[in-house]
Write a new protein. Structure first.
Lengths: 313, 278, 264
């Protein structure tokens, strides 16, 4: 059975000349196996840093504190050699920017077979056969022809399917998809959605989908966590979060979608910039004096979700 | 943080060595204990002693004074030659990179020819044919080294030119000259400066090499390259002290210039967002 | 005069191959008209030629055939001075705000530079006064002026680029995917800013994007491009609610439908 991923008090910060800058701030959560968990937030919210910290692929200036349990393993402190065995084999990654995540001068055949032979001893022939089978599963009709091509000969949607295939080459139980629809147009975005759905249905793997694309999260994920400045400010099932957002930030995010009226979240109030309370306080339309002084805790909602806002105490 | 500090320390060390050499050559008249040209046949080939800290050479001239003076001519020559070839390379490279098309094609073809010429041999031939003065040395150095600059500049200009903000400036109605001077040049500055330091190191060696071959700075003007060759070679066994001081100076100078180039590259290179496995 | 910019059968091809035998038509006989104070939305997927079209309008590329008239004058026949005026009156906003500002210049200098090119403002003080006023108009604080482009956020960058364009008092803004790199909440604020500016200053927009939902919000007229051709043009309501061309239908369909089901 595939274990859950449990993060406890994760903080990731970067040392800068102005002191530490926190990308993730004391974040605790459990990603349940067998579900598609969405992590949504805007750029700078720390969602990618959180996702990459699970594989310990962070810029070398990052400092990590906290714990992350994956079955018997503690991911943040285990030896790198062991962690490498987990990468790809137990936790697969579908990276951002499919175009640049593939080696442009290496034929796809080698890239795919290499991904397969890295974990587990298989002969080249077997690996190639498996690569061809994998491509077929991802909707490529002539896998042999594709294997002899380079990544730049593919379209954006095809590359997305290819990196997804790479991430799943060793049949990991968990998959982390980092911004799978960034910069794609509607038609390709639909293709990506279909691929991810298919992966979930056919491989029965658990997924963490990190995205800023609210519509994708709504359709694809079982539950959603909303990140703001390195903290989870709201979590619940996809339907609850998207249809009945509780936190003012989640609501603001959803109503700024073109299909929901395109109402922007107000810019930070300059008078509220220095405060010691809720991180959303400077921009919050529903803020009270208390929000600027105290940090809200997580409050359980009747629907089973959690929200970090005094309005629901 | 510590890496940064280590780099700073290295930078300070290298800069102070370089500064010391430059100051030494600038203030040579005040620093040198004797006149470097003063011949005294009674004191030939003295080993280092109190009066002559580095001894004297075959004509009885004070070696220390000659070492102090010896950087002047070659350093000046090297800086002038590098600056000239940078100027030539900058102009040609910008024209090629900015205009593109057929202009670029012709300039690239010409620079390929220059690139193919054997540098040192051509330089020796040129200095041999031309008059033996500093002008012809500079000319020879420029002819053999402008291509390096122009190629680099051409590439950098092409890269900058394809950036969105250059197209944006065009769309704002800006003229070509304004774009080149205000937007292209400042953005290729770093790499040109780096190239200047690496080239300077090489040119210093070339000048020393030419002097060693007797084609560079002419005696009796004191010069490190000439001091290593000439009479010193003949008395290599009996008076080794003639060799090591000027030799050490050449090594220190080129080494510190090259190190400076490397350190500056690390320092000015902003793209350091490599991924590390924590 | 109501028609600001008229495109008449504008085409552009690119040839490739050793003998220049392979010809691709990036833009193929595209004609439409921008009306003063209105927004024309141009939608199409990546590689449909919409960016080539914007580069033709800004005179970065020449059209292979066809003509563009700005207030009745063919822009291919403008002399140097008229050309400069054209560039002042027709401004473009690119997709990536950070890349559209010179990285070696402080924001202040970038903005001053734009005014200096067109000799606007009597003195430096007058220019700075105008810059501060325009910054307030786009909702930015003054302290950004001393920053470099890499020190500001995407939303601020896009506002700055809009500010730079407004300094030159343009009439037409070409918006080439101005929000596709921004977060949704920032996108919403930029879109609202653009709409307010249009109402305040009577600007004419050509909005180019792959997101037909955005166009439904901001455009008066929508044109749909596919493989270099303009396959459908119509009023916002007609294109959004009763599309005729199958490609338009497909585009709209992929926004509202995901693998069988509609988004509630």
């Amino acid at each position: 059975m595939v274990p859950d991923i449990e993060i406890q008090h994760l903080s990731v910060y970067f040392d800068t000349a102005q002191g530490p800058v926190y990308a993730v701030n004391d974040l605790s959560t459990i990603f349940r196996a067998g579900r598609i968990s969405g992590v949504i937030g805007e750029s700078g919210s720390g969602k990618s840093v959180m996702g990459m910290s699970l594989l310990r692929l962070l810029p070398n200036t990052a400092r990590v504190t906290g714990k992350c349990f994956f079955g018997p393993h503690e991911l943040y402190s285990m030896p790198l050699r062991q962690l490498r065995k987990l990468r790809g084999a137990a936790i697969g990654l579908i990276p951002q920017n499919p175009g640049t995540s593939l080696d442009p001068v290496m034929k796809l055949r080698r890239q795919l077979t290499e991904a397969i032979t890295t974990h587990g001893k298989r002969s080249r022939k077997e690996a190639e056969a498996q690569a061809a089978k994998l491509l077929q599963q991802f909707g490529f009709e002539e896998p042999e022809r594709i294997l002899n091509q380079y990544s730049f000969q593919m379209s954006g949607g095809m590359n997305q399917r290819l990196v997804s295939a790479l991430g799943l080459a060793c049949r990991p139980g968990w998959v982390i998809a980092d911004e799978p629809t960034k910069g794609l147009d509607a038609v390709i975005r639909n293709q990506v959605y279909t691929v991810l759905r298919q992966i979930y249905a056919e491989h029965h793997c658990s997924m963490i989908v990190i995205t800023h694309d609210l519509a994708l999260a709504r359709r694809l994920c079982d539950d959603i966590r909303v990140l703001y400045m390195g903290q989870i400010i709201e979590q619940g099932t996809a339907e609850e979060v998207m249809e009945h957002p509780y936190h003012p930030y989640t609501a603001g995010l959803i109503y700024s979608l073109p299909s929901r009226g395109m109402v922007p979240i107000p810019l930070p109030d300059p008078n509220r910039l220095s405060h010691s309370g809720c991180p959303f306080y400077p921009r919050c339309p529903k803020a009270t004096a208390r929000c600027g002084k105290e940090k809200p805790g997580d409050y359980l909602l009747p629907t089973g979700g959690k929200v970090r806002c005094f309005l629901y105490e | 943080m510590t890496r940064r500090k280590k780099q700073n320390l290295q930078l300070i060390m290298v800069c102070s060595i370089l500064l010391a050499i430059v100051l030494m050559t600038i203030f040579a008249p005040w620093l040198a204990p004797y006149d470097p040209l003063e011949v005294n046949m009674d004191l030939r080939l003295l080993p280092p002693c109190c009066a002559h800290l580095l001894g004297t050479d075959a004509l009885g001239r004070d070696v220390l004074s000659r070492v102090i003076y010896g950087g002047r001519a070659s350093l000046l020559l090297a800086v002038a030659a590098t600056a000239c070839s940078m100027g030539v390379g900058l102009v040609i490279g910008i024209i090629a990179g900015y205009c593109g098309g057929i202009v670029d094609g012709i300039i690239t073809a010409i620079s390929n020819i220059f690139q193919g010429l054997p540098g040192m041999v051509l330089m020796i031939a040129l200095v041999g044919v031309l008059e033996r003065n500093s002008k012809s040395i500079i000319l020879a150095l420029v002819i053999t080294s402008w291509v390096g600059f122009s190629r680099l500049v051409r590439g950098e200009v092409m890269k900058v030119k394809s950036e969105m903000y250059i197209e944006g400036m065009r769309c704002l109605g800006s003229g070509h000259l304004r774009i080149i001077l205000r937007h292209v040049l400042p953005n290729i500055r770093t790499n040109v400066i780096l190239q200047f330091t690496t080239r300077l190191g090489r040119v210093v060696l070339s000048v020393a090499g030419l002097s060693y071959l007797g084609l560079g700075i002419q005696p009796p003007t004191p010069d490190w390259g000439e001091m290593v060759s000439g009479t010193a070679r003949r008395y290599f066994r009996s008076a080794p002290h003639l060799l090591w001081a000027p030799g050490l100076c050449i090594i220190l100078l080129t080494l510190s210039i090259n190190l400076l180039g490397d350190l500056l590259r690390d320092r000015l290179d902003v793209k350091q967002d490599s991924v590390k496995e924590l | 005069m109501n028609k600001v910019l008229e495109l008449d059968a504008v085409s552009r091809n690119f040839t490739s191959g050793i003998f220049r035998t392979h010809t691709t038509w990036a833009v193929d006989h595209v004609s439409f008209t921008l009306e003063r104070g209105k927004t024309f939305g141009l939608v199409g997927n990546s590689g449909c030629g919409k960016t080539t079209l914007s580069r033709i309008i800004t005179r970065v590329l020449r059209p292979t055939s066809g003509s563009i008239r700005f207030e009745g004058e063919d822009i291919a026949r403008l002399d140097r001075r008229q050309c400069k005026t054209y560039h002042r009156r027709v401004q473009i906003i690119f997709q990536n705000p950070e890349a559209s500002l010179d990285p070696s210049m402080r924001i202040r200098d970038s903005l001053l530079e734009a005014m200096a090119i067109h000799h606007l403002g009597e003195s430096k003080e007058a220019r700075m006064e105008k810059i501060r006023a325009t910054l307030r108009q786009v909702g930015l604080p003054d302290y950004l002026l001393s920053r470099y482009p890499h020190q500001i956020s995407g939303g601020e960058g896009q506002r700055l680029v809009i500010c730079r364009a407004l300094l030159l008092e343009p009439e037409v803004l070409l918006l080439d995917e101005p929000t596709s790199m921004l977060d949704v909440s920032v996108q919403a604020s930029i879109m609202n800013l653009l709409r307010d500016l249009q109402q305040e200053l009577g600007l004419t927009y050509l909005y180019i994007t792959h997101d037909i939902e955005l166009l439904g919000w901001i455009s008066h007229t929508i044109g749909v491009m596919q493989k270099g051709r303009l396959v459908e043009v119509g009023s916002r309501d007609q294109v959004m609610d009763a599309p005729v061309h199958p490609y338009t239908k497909e585009l709209l369909y992929s926004y509202t439908h995901w693998e069988g089901g509609t988004i509630p």
